[in-house]
Design a protein around this ligand. Structure first.
Ligand SMILES: C[S@@+](CC[C@H](N)C(=O)[O-])C[C@H]1O[C@@H](n2cnc3c(N)ncnc32)[C@H](O)[C@@H]1O
Length: 329
């Protein structure tokens, strides 16, 4: 098991398959100049599957989320999913993606054993999408979503980040659209994880502001007892249900006390938290011939040292050196 000194148990593994992306969202990456990991530093498909096997068979991980960078850019993705689906016990598997390329791959990913997808989409307006992501690919995301739905990669969750003066007026429109399309929308507060280190707390749209904006058009009621952790969104029933909307208040109401996550970067480093400043090198152990039991032990020790919280509210908070795209969002 992966437990820490605060008694939390990590069962949800986020695996970054690449640090590269085909978008350049302003809150995540600079337009150019970001250094990519060198190919030899990336875990191979075999190494990736081996570490997931260790996590699932020796460390009690039950859920695997593939992410990046953009995981659909990883050539071996379908094979990795297929091999993980054959593990015993079989983990639940999902993918966090910008959706570009899903139109081509959704059916094969479903056949390989992927359970569902989270698609990131911040706007319904193609021109705003272009400005925000610096790429004119809005239609590709919409087609990707339709393909995922047709392939049965459901429930489909949409991740949305609101930016002041860019798309913060779109929250009600996005929710109406998601309900009509059968997608579950979740807003995520913008976090200090951009490569440019440009995040400012007072330049962020808070969960409370998002709820206020949605309330101009919908009646929202908190859904039952708010459950955090694996599903950190605070969920609200819309107009009496059954549709819901989630808000992930990672900055203003962090859910660290219920965190059940462990993370593996594309170059084989364990991170106990998105905001951790330390990493544990599993790739070196793997490449020096360490047996599974030794790798599991290193992973356990990495998680044992997990801090109580992200430290965002601490005046001495320092943004991690690696951005979200390199850690795996
Ligand atoms: C880094 S991306 C990686 C996976 C994939 N490329 C995608 O677009 O979903 C994962 C998620 O992180 C979100 N994200 C990136 N930078 C963020 C930030 N600074 N604050 C909050 N969310 C962020 C993205 O919007 C996306 O939903």
């Amino acid at each position: 098991m992966l437990v820490d000194t605060y008694g939390r148990r990590a069962t949800d593994l986020r695996v970054s398959l690449t640090d590269r992306c085909n978008l350049r969202c302003t809150y995540c990456m600079p337009e150019e100049g970001l250094q990519w990991l060198a190919k030899p530093d990336l875990l191979s498909d075999d190494e990736t599957v081996r570490l997931i096997r260790v996590a699932v068979t020796l460390l009690g991980v039950t859920d695997v989320r593939f992410t990046g960078g953009e995981p659909l850019l990883r050539p071996g993705l379908t094979g990795i999913v297929e091999r993980c689906a054959a593990l015993d016990p079989r983990p639940r598997m999902s993918l966090t993606t910008n959706g570009i390329g899903l139109a081509r791959t959704a059916a094969a990913l479903k056949a390989a054993g992927l359970d569902r997808v989270n698609v990131s989409l911040d706007t319904l307006r193609p021109e705003v999408f272009h400005r925000l992501t610096r790429r004119d690919r809005h239609h590709d995301v919409i087609h990707g979503l339709e393909a995922a739905r047709a392939a049965g990669l459901t429930p489909i969750k949409i991740n949305t980040v609101l930016m002041p003066g860019v798309n913060d007026d779109e929250a009600p429109e996005l929710l109406a659209w998601a309900i009509a399309e059968g997608y579950e929308l979740r807003f995520i507060e913008q976090m200090p994880l951009d490569a440019q280190h440009g995040w400012k707390r007072d330049g962020m749209i808070t969960a409370d502001a998002i709820i206020a904006s949605l309330s101009s058009r919908f009646t929202l009621a908190p859904e039952g007892e708010q459950r955090r952790g694996a599903a950190p969104a605070e969920r609200w029933l819309v107009d009496g249900g059954p549709h819901r909307v989630g808000v992930i208040a990672s900055v203003t109401r962090p859910f660290c006390a219920a965190c059940d996550r462990t993370r593996l970067t594309a170059d084989g480093q364990v991170r106990s938290c998105l905001f951790a400043r330390e990493e544990t090198d599993l790739r070196a152990a793997l490449r020096s011939g360490a047996p599974d039991a030794e790798i599991a032990d290193l992973w356990r020790r990495a998680m044992w040292g997990k801090k109580a919280g992200s430290g965002l509210d601490d005046p001495s908070f320092l943004q991690p050196d690696r951005p979200m795209s390199a850690i795996g969002g």
